[in-house]
Design a binder for this molecule. Structure first.
Ligand code: SF4
Length: 376
């Protein structure tokens, strides 16, 4: 499951959705054809600028990930053209994982066949829940039964590697509802499941609804019980939990996301996309207008750039690596101060260690952000 030093991923951020879910604070715009046309031509220019600089030094891509937003806001032909452009620009490993995120209500068998024929071999559907009432409370468009149709259509189109993203701790969602969602999704035989606890982000519609007492706030204890119940349920169904929020059938762990958690390198394209390459972390401007204006001017739309010191690299390796259930090798800790922080976290019951590995305890998995803060 570890990438080699040569492993390299490409992320493409497609910042459009049909409408904004009430909990969502991601950078995105409501999908409109003129804005998507602006995005596509700017993205092509970004690819062209990187190609001119020979930025990837001829290295081949082991994973390509189209995320968002909702990538399937673009038509299947437009997504196929983008993937074709990327593969014509950079060498791609024959066994590369090529993922597209999709909204279950925005795809047809024809679309999915176009995507599979072009080379997408993994699809990630935002299912969220299988209860209609949950869609209402989080302002999600579409119908829960669209997930079943979309998964069946994906399978008919040739996809074997199918992920479903789920959320738990939704307003008014009971434990029984959550288990009901997991049970009905098992009939679709996914190869990968991601389970995320609902978090309330400042400035979202959901945060406002809670502040005005229109919606109950998440129940932390119930969320903890739901996380444990999902783990028990999915392990019994043959999944292994390999990361805090991710479960996979054997050989279906997400290769692209493993790059992030194991110190692999990646280039991000599109507004707000993040990159980490050649020891430098950098990010694109989170604004389509500014992104397109830079590229129109033949400049890369990079707004933040951090050259990582050895200590920052070590911290990143720990913070991201600890998200994996197996943890990080002890050898990743190479200074006395970091060792002291780890001993403190062990004493608090947040980390566990033997002579070879350091890993989060089940308590630590719930407070992974606190652990990250303490590994400054
Ligand atoms: S579909 Fe995903 S990215 Fe789009 S608004 Fe909903 S949560 Fe956010």
């Amino acid at each position: 499951m570890s990438p080699s030093d040569e492993d390299l991923g490409l992320y493409v951020h497609i910042p459009f959705c049909r409408r904004r879910c009430h909990f969502c604070a991601f950078y995105l715009e409501i999908a409109r054809s003129d804005r998507m046309a602006l995005f596509r031509s700017a993205l092509a220019q970004e690819v062209a600028l990187y190609r001119k600089q020979e930025f990837l030094n001829g290295r081949s891509l082991q994973s390509i990930y189209f995320g968002g937003g909702t990538p399937t806001s673009l038509s299947a032909d437009q997504l196929a053209a983008l993937l074709t452009l990327i593969r014509a620009t950079w060498p791609t490993d024959g066994a590369a994982e090529v993922t597209v995120e999709a909204h279950p209500s925005s795809v047809t068998v024809g679309d999915l066949t176009t995507l599979a024929d072009t080379g997408f071999n993994r699809i990630s559907f935002g299912a969220e829940s299988m209860a209609d009432k949950d869609f209402v409370s989080i302002g999600r468009f579409g119908q829960v039964q669209d997930t079943a149709s979309a998964v069946q259509a994906a399978r008919r189109a040739g996809f074997r590697n199918i992920n479903l993203d789920l959320m738990y701790g939704l307003p008014g969602q009971s434990m029984q509802d959550w288990i009901g969602t997991l049970e009905s999704l098992m009939t679709l035989v996914p190869s990968h499941i991601s389970c995320y606890a609902l978090t309330i982000e400042e400035g979202t519609r959901l945060a406002q609804d809670i502040a005005r007492d229109r919606v109950p706030p998440p129940d932390d204890m119930l969320q903890i019980d739901m996380e444990s119940a999902a783990e028990r349920f999915l392990i019994e169904e043959g999944f292994s939990r390999y990361e805090i929020s991710n479960y996979a059938k054997p050989d279906y762990a997400c290769r692209h996301n493993l790059l992030y958690w194991t110190g692999g390198e990646y280039l991000g394209l599109g507004p707000s996309a993040q990159s980490c390459l050649h020891g430098v972390r950098f990010g694109n401007v989170a604004d389509l207008e500014a992104y397109a204006a830079c590229l129109n001017d033949n400049r890369l739309p990079i707004t933040e750039r951090t050259i990582l010191s050895a200590s920052e690299r070590q911290r990143d390796a720990l913070v991201f690596g600890l998200r994996l259930l197996r943890g990080v090798p002890r050898g990743a800790v190479r200074d006395a101060e970091r060792d002291r922080q780890i001993e403190e976290l062990i004493a608090k019951g947040l980390l566990d260690a033997d002579h070879e590995w350091i890993r989060l305890t089940s308590l630590g998995r719930r407070y992974a952000d606190t652990v990250a803060e303490q590994l400054f």
